[in-house]
Design a protein around this ligand. Structure first.
Ligand code: PGA
Length: 253
């Protein structure tokens, strides 16, 4: 009942020629993938237009930005607004990625403003949460996820929640080759869904897509997607090659 989302986060990789090369191959590879899933690519800002043009008119292919400012315009040097993203045809945005939180110091409060702004501009946020290794080892995983959820989604109304996609990405699994075990992933997803049920309602909790991210690759995607509360994947390193991401996007569902 929940449409799976298979999303690529390219981070700061690929020039425009690299993007064109990827897309040419990728589009052919995903032509026969069942339409029962949404496939998303989040390229860097400079390649958004290229991917938007290539995906135009293809119903199950979507383009996401990797970040966004919450204001529509203003004196915010170096920032990109939701209006600018909509202009290009971008329909989703990754917000609160662990690299934004930990490398660039984004707070829950800032991320919360961005989430609200994205929704009000018809851009679906892929709202990322996840614990560090230290927090996991201290037994604080659920507490950390709950505080990121409650602060990041504090301004989102019940009716707007259906436009939110949550991505659970344990920080220790991102770019490390270490994937959460199926039990660890399922437990975390289950606690996220339980929190949403408690703070919004059970209908929304049943409907909301929760993606897993952190060293997803063709070899482990089927096992992760088989988990009852995993509704898709957010993929970094393994999404840089069109064959590898097509294999992930076309996984058994
Ligand atoms: P990874 O990155 O697949 O390279 O671990 C995932 C992410 O950062 O979203």
């Amino acid at each position: 009942m929940r449409t799976p989302v298979m999303a690529a986060n390219w981070k700061m990789h690929k020039t425009i020629p690299d993007t064109i090369g990827f897309i040419d191959t990728f589009i052919t590879l995903v032509r026969d993938i069942p339409q029962d899933r949404e496939i998303v690519i989040a390229p860097p800002f400079t390649a958004l237009e290229t991917v938007c043009r290539a995906f135009l008119g293809r119903k199950n292919l979507h383009v996401a930005a990797q970040n966004m400012h919450y204001e529509e315009k203003g004196a915010f040097t170096g920032e990109i607004s939701p209006v600018m993203l909509s202009d290009l045809g971008v329909s989703m945005v990754i917000l609160g990625h662990s690299e934004r939180r930990h490398v660039f110091g984004e707070s829950n409060e800032l991320i919360s403003r961005k989430v609200v702004s994205a929704i009000s501009h018809d851009i679906k946020p892929i709202f990322c949460i996840g614990e560090t290794l230290e927090q996991r080892e201290a037994g604080d995983t659920v507490k950390v996820l709950e505080s990121q959820l409650s602060e990041g989604l504090s301004q989102v109304s019940e009716s707007d929640m259906e436009n939110v996609i949550v991505a659970y990405e344990p920080v220790w699994a991102i770019g490390t080759g270490k994937t959460a075990t199926p039990d660890q992933a399922q437990d975390a997803h289950d606690s996220v869904r339980a929190w949403i049920s408690e703070h919004f309602n059970s209908g929304i909790a049943e409907q909301i897509r929760i993606l897993y991210g952190g060293s997803v690759k063709p070899e482990n995607v089927n096992e992760l997607m088989a988990l009852p509360d995993v509704d898709g994947a957010l993929v970094g390193g393994a999404a840089l090659d069109p064959h590898s991401f097509a294999a992930i996007a076309g996984c058994e569902i």
